[in-house]
Design a protein around this ligand. Structure first.
Ligand code: ADP
Ligand code: MG
Length: 617
């Protein structure tokens, strides 16, 4: 008998560990940010290239590492954060496993530059696939810079499974925001391919939320505050009237760590009971401080789920705290630090004379001056110029004259048959057209007292979205049979997702068959799409499904409908004839919700005669 068991070499063990710790560039960002925070940094700067696939660099002004520590930090189970198993129950740091750096170094080209506060020189270590390539003394500012290049360079399979830059970047932004929201007292910045995505100064929580989600958020926030023996709750919930149609802005932090908790989410929803429109999700940014002994953050490898000792009490406390705040603040105006104070009527108004409204006059304004010379636009009357001069507005229209037969012949629809079917549904034939298309992007239509500018892609997405939802939940759509079945390849994950959603997809017109481990045969597709689009559409759909937190089977269907609608809708840049324009307008206003796209973006804007009049003053 020969012995067959042997210990894995370190670099192999590290690579295996990396599989758990590092799923994608965003995981690296999370680990590095957490390390910087644990190191006491007050300023953390993140640079990434190509959504982190080629470069992730995190620079902090934390306490840095000694020469020995700099070497040790890449060893597995090397940590400064716990000493014994008991420490696990009183964690004050984000990290404790001591595997992040070892894992990252196993699957990327890593460069560490670090210097401790009282040292004169720092250390620079380069390590590739767990192997130290060089170690030097270097000049570097106090703190640490970790540079991770070519992630998964030695695991092509993992690298190939990374999503598009857009998707990966979204994951990065998600992680970045979570960390930044948990630590408003720390300054953060994020740069992607040289351009600045976030620049967050050190501030309070409210301002941090506003800095991340935009100035409009401020007036929507209702503070929540509750201090009990079990838990201290603080933070904000969004006013019910601003609830979103998706779960985008829902954040729980427990002891400054972002967590997901369907149970606590339920407590929040329960507090909003009766206040929300159907299918609307309230925003929340809630911070729970609990005794570290009462939680176990160890149950999930990437640590976004935790176990509470007394979940039930937390539920009740949270729900009543939010209810209380909603009751208290819903009527009262919220203090608004962003608001222009001069617009408020001050209490000591009686002591002041009225302030005449300021009129901005451009002394250089010359109506006869050619607009292109710049005099006109600087007057402030016209912030945006649609085109160089007014004549070009007309020439623009001429080029797009959809009434001439030649222009119609140029129309490239993804499938004629398809669009015919789609737009043929309405019997209405508009002879005297009241719409026209602008820039192959907007449909302009007249109102009784103004004009309506509709984003064609968003409008069509909305129409399809509602139709698809109906198909999936009520009446299934017809499908077009393919002459030759398509066989599409997918990853294991994607195949799982596809099977999970097979039924819903078949309701929209897909017909699947012959499932194998990594491929599926498609024999029928919805009438609204052409065969050549199927692969892209499904790929996009699966990645959307993968990237959303599946809350319930409904939200899964919702994501599916949204994603398909987005993929099927006419793109901007597509020329539409007047009948198609009319059909979009009519179908849009027959929708249950016609103002917002499935992704909550405005579908149209109106310009009233009054507003036009003002522009001509
Ligand atoms: P963990 O965070 O679980 O301890 P890591 O592999 O992430 O494990 O880091 C290992 C050790 O390296 C940390 O415990 C810490 O002592 C040190 N370290 C990592 N990043 C930094 C940093 N940015 N500044 C100072 N020390 C760091
Ligand atoms: Mg760590």
């Amino acid at each position: 008998m020969t012995d067959v068991i042997h210990l894995l070499p370190d670099h192999v063990a590290n690579q295996i560990a990396a599989g758990e710790v590092v799923q994608r560039p965003a995981s690296v960002i999370k680990e590095l940010l957490e390390n910087s925070i644990d190191a006491g940094a007050t300023n953390i700067k993140v640079l990434i290239k190509e959504a982190g696939k080629t470069l992730i660099q995190v620079t902090d002004n934390g306490k840095g590492m000694s020469l020995t520590d700099a070497r040790l930090c890449f060893e597995r189970h090397a940590t400064s954060k716990i000493n014994s198993a008991e420490d696990l129950f009183s964690l004050k740091t984000k990290g404790f496993r001591g595997e992040a750096l070892a894992s990252i170094a196993a699957i990327a080209h890593v460069e560490l530059k670090t210097m401790q506060n009282d040292d004169e020189v720092g250390t620079c270590i380069k390590i590739e696939g767990s192997e130290v390539v060089s170690q030097d003394v270097c000049v570097t500012p106090e703190g640490t810079t970790l540079c991770v290049k070519n992630l998964f360079y030695n695991i092509p399979a993992r690298r190939n499974f990374l999503k598009s830059d857009t998707v990966e970047l979204r994951h990065i932004i998600d992680e970045f925001q979570r960390v930044a929201l948990a630590h408003p007292g720390i300054q953060f910045s994020l740069f992607h391919n040289g351009s600045e995505l976030f620049q967050l100064p050190e501030t309070n929580l409210r301002q941090r939320i506003v800095n991340i989600f935009g100035g409009k958020t401020n007036e929507k926030l209702v503070p929540v505050e509750e201090d009990t023996e079990i838990v201290k709750v603080s933070g904000f919930v969004g006013k019910p009237e601003f609830a979103k149609k998706s779960r985008g802005e829902q954040f729980f932090f427990v002891n400054d760590r972002f967590i997901k908790s369907p149970y606590l989410n339920h407590a929040v929803t329960a507090a909003f009971e009766g206040l929300l429109k159907d299918k609307a999700y309230p925003s929340y940014f809630l911070y729970l401080q609990v005794d570290p002994k009462s939680i176990d953050i160890n149950i999930h490898p990437t640590k976004t789920e935790i176990k509470f000792d007394d979940e039930h009490s937390l539920y009740t406390i949270l729900r009543s705290a939010i209810k209380h705040s909603l009751g208290q603040f819903n009527v009262a105006p919220v203090l608004d630090f962003d608001r222009d104070a001069t617009l408020d009527t001050p209490y000591e108004f009686s002591n002041k004379g009225p302030v005449p409204p300021k009129v901005e006059v451009d002394p250089n304004f010359n109506p006869f001056q050619n607009e292109r010379s710049g005099g006109y636009s600087s007057s402030g009357f016209r912030k945006e110029k649609s085109s160089g001069s007014w004549e070009s507005l007309y020439t623009d229209f001429d080029q797009k004259d959809f009434s001439t037969p030649s222009a119609i012949n140029q129309v490239e629809f993804e499938s004629d048959e398809v669009t015919g079917n789609l737009f043929g549904q309405s019997e209405e034939k508009s002879s005297g057209s009241t719409t026209f298309q602008l820039n192959k992007k907007y449909i302009v239509s007249t109102l009784k007292s103004g004009i309506l500018v509709i984003d064609q892609h968003r409008a069509h997405s909305r129409i399809l979205y509602e139709e698809l939802l109906k198909n999936i939940t009520v009446t299934s759509a017809v499908s077009q049979q393919l002459l030759f079945p398509l066989r599409l390849q997918f990853s294991t994950n994607e195949m799982e997702l596809l099977k999970e959603n097979e039924e819903s997809l078949e309701q929209t017109g897909f017909i699947f068959g012959n499932f194998s481990k990594d491929s599926v045969e498609i024999t029928g597709i919805p009438t609204l799409i052409s065969e050549s689009e199927v692969a892209i559409l499904l790929e996009q759909l699966l990645s959307d499904l993968e990237n959303e937190v599946p809350g319930s089977s409904f939200s899964q269907i919702d994501i599916l409908a949204k994603s398909l609608a987005k993929g099927m809708a006419v793109k901007s840049g597509t020329l539409l004839n007047s009948e198609e324009q009319q059909n979009i307008v009519n179908s849009l206003f027959a929708c249950k919700e016609s103002t917002l796209s499935p992704y909550n973006r405005p579908i149209f804007i109106t310009l009233t005669v009054d507003e036009l009049d003002k522009k001509f003053m």
